[in-house]
Design a binder for this molecule. Structure first.
Ligand SMILES: C[S@@+](CC[C@H](N)C(=O)[O-])C[C@H]1O[C@@H](n2cnc3c(N)ncnc32)[C@H](O)[C@@H]1O
Length: 299
């Protein structure tokens, strides 16, 4: 396979033609089940008059079956000891939750993937607003929580592999690493709506953190649902080799054009501040993301 490209095609067809055991790490987010019509968005972009939301109808069972077929191919192409990181959230269906991460991980566990880690991505500033009726009617059973998180499933193929002893996060303020990234809840604001020509990119901090934690320079990184190319862009910046796949040519062209851009990692991160004396409730504090002494610039 020719690396360092973003391929247009149906991922299961493209993956089925690849050799086995060639990928070190996959970082991806599968399509939202029924929430987004990507071909509609790819044709009309962020045009608010062309509604690309919620028109498709695939059952949860069919969705999980499709996803488990794709991640079975990802398993085949992954090297022993390699990882697959999947960003996925519960879905709201007529007020009730469809537990997509739980359903998917139990299928993938049966396929032979191990659950290496589970990280909660707390979206800090954005999410699905569901608490409105409870605000108006604050009675028992009216409550529906605003959904402020997705899950990052970190799956592993086979035994954990010893990796090269190279420092991760050479460019990051150590406080961000030790007080935020090492925890199983990450606080990262989403990409603002309309910022990119894609309806649901994850923020670049996600592949930036995962690539530092699970790969080394020169490793092969896959995103089979490449979208706006957040994974492939950051992989290139971090000197990994990459292979993206998306079914929409518009997104393939867009993601390819973005490979030349510097990554867009926010200047500030948030962390909990524990006062040494007196304070019983910790406070959130904004801290610089980059090492103060670093000459490298993210932007
Ligand atoms: C949730 S988005 C991925 C966003 C991406 N992680 C990013 O940050 O930009 C899912 C993507 O999967 C693509 N897609 C859906 N079905 C596909 C398939 N069968 N093969 C390849 N790509 C597919 C869609 O076009 C969409 O861009």
């Amino acid at each position: 396979m020719r690396l360092n490209q973003i391929k247009c095609g149906d991922n299961i067809e493209v993956l089925s033609k690849l050799d086995s055991e060639i990928v070190d790490v996959t970082i991806t987010s599968p399509p939202y089940r029924n929430a987004i019509d990507y071909s509609m968005h790819a044709e009309h972009g962020n045009n608010p008059k062309k509604n690309y939301r919620g028109k498709l109808s695939i059952t949860v069972a069919d969705y999980i079956k499709d996803m488990s077929n794709i991640f079975s191919q990802v398993h085949r192409v992954t090297k022993e000891g390699g990882y697959c990181c999947i960003v996925i959230g519960n879905e709201i269906n007529k007020g009730t939750l469809e537990p997509l991460p739980a359903l998917l991980v139990s299928k993938l566990y049966e396929q032979g993937w191990y659950l290496h880690e589970e990280i909660i991505w707390h979206k800090v500033t954005g999410g699905a607003n569901r608490a409105g009726s409870f605000v108006q009617h604050p009675y028992p059973s009216y409550f529906r929580a605003n959904i402020m998180h997705e899950v990052i499933l970190v799956l592993r193929k086979g035994k954990n592999r010893l990796r090269k002893l190279e420092y991760a996060f050479t460019n990051i303020n150590q406080d961000v690493t030790w007080k935020e990234i090492v925890n199983s809840i990450w606080h990262i604001a989403p990409v603002p709506p309309g910022f990119l020509e894609h309806p649901c990119p994850y923020p670049e901090e996600i592949p930036y953190r995962l690539l530092n934690l699970y790969s080394n320079e020169g490793d092969v990184i896959l995103d089979p649902f490449n979208g706006a190319g957040q994974t492939t862009k950051v992989a290139k910046y971090l000197k990994r080799r990459f292979y993206g796949i998306d079914i929409q040519k518009t997104y393939v062209d867009y993601a390819t054009s973005r490979l030349a851009e510097a990554p867009h990692i926010r200047d500030e991160s948030i962390t909990l501040e524990f006062e040494s004396v007196g304070g019983s409730i910790p406070r959130w504090k904004k801290i610089p993301t980059r090492k103060v002494t670093s000459k490298k610039d993210f932007r």
